[in-house]
Design a binder for this molecule. Sequence first.
Ligand SMILES: [Zn+2]
Ligand SMILES: [Zn+2]
Length: 255
Amino acid sequence: MQIEILGCSGGIGGAHRTTAVRVDDDILLDCGTGVGDLDEAALARIRHVFLSHPHMDHVACLPLLVDTLFNQLQDSPLIVHAVPGCLDILRSDIFNWRIWPDFLTLPDRDRPVMRFEPMEPGMSLEVDGRRIEMLPVRHTVPAAGFRIEQGGAAFAYSGDCTTNDELWAALNAHDRLDLLMVECAFGDDEEALARRSGHYCPGLLAADLEKLVHRPRIGVTHFKPGEESRVLEELMARMPDRELHRLRSGDVFRL
Ligand SMILES: [Zn+2]
Ligand SMILES: [Zn+2]
């Protein structure tokens, strides 16, 4: 399985792209602005989008993606997987004929170019040999993370998340985790804001990683542009024995 970081920043500008991860060439985890860097042929190969939650930095390119691929998708719709609350928000607040057309009913209701597939934490499904499990997380809106396993190797993605027990218990329920992509949107000076906005800061993340029995490589994401080095230093000071990396657009991992 190949995992390619298309975007993992908390903001835009210059080389910054918001969150999107491509698994092989047919699956996206989130659909932030990083998706816009794929060429048309690569966009056309995407069959499944697993959304962590409906915040703009994670869904910004979804409306444009389905519009761009409108002709190709008439044979085989784009399938969007997320918790029911996330799908409800997308339906009512984006695909509502005001912000964007309702592609769930286009070109007609029986044969749409986009389909929503509700999923709950703990559920998993198999997509051509890759087992994708939805993980429980805690954020300010209905949200989830994902764990993807193929041939024994496993990758997990937190989406946006603040301190909780459930995510770590779900990961500990498996006997392997090779790579973890986890957010840390704020520095320690903004712990109160991190808690209120449902994000991690280094202190909260270091405490929660104590709950994880595995020792994966850890790619940290969702830094605000300009704060990457400072927050990464805070993380490394708290967890000198963990293998921490700052993820960047263009990073590729093969598991
Ligand atoms: Zn969010
Ligand atoms: Zn976010």
